[in-house]
Unconditional design. Structure first.
Length: 100
């Protein structure tokens, strides 16, 4: 079960617009086949820092997510808002286990 944590730093003047664009991406992403979680987090002590917690069933589901219209629109919209390049860190989900 691939899990990716995506770390993002946004320019201070872009925080509200980034949140709005990311909410739209979240709403579409949670409807995708193979998606188990797509959490969007803002750091409490630094509101310009965000994390996406993305949990998909398979690597094919991850690849399909990156081909969606909503992902492409999000990436294009928020790219100029970022203070630095976003960083995705892959993890292997261990628990909770999926029930068959």
């Amino acid at each position: 079960m691939p899990v990716t944590l995506v770390y993002i730093s946004v320019k201070p003047e872009c925080v509200d617009d980034f949140i709005a664009a990311s909410k739209a991406n979240h709403q579409a992403s949670i409807q995708e086949a193979g998606n188990h979680r797509f959490d969007f987090l803002q750091q409490e002590d630094d509101p310009t820092r965000f994390v996406f917690y993305e949990w998909y069933e398979t690597d094919a589901d991850v690849a399909a997510h990156k081909q969606t219209v909503h992902y492409a629109a999000w990436a294009e919209t928020v790219g100029p808002m970022m203070a630095e390049k976003r960083r995705g860190v892959r993890h292997r989900g261990l628990l909770p286990e999926l029930k068959s």
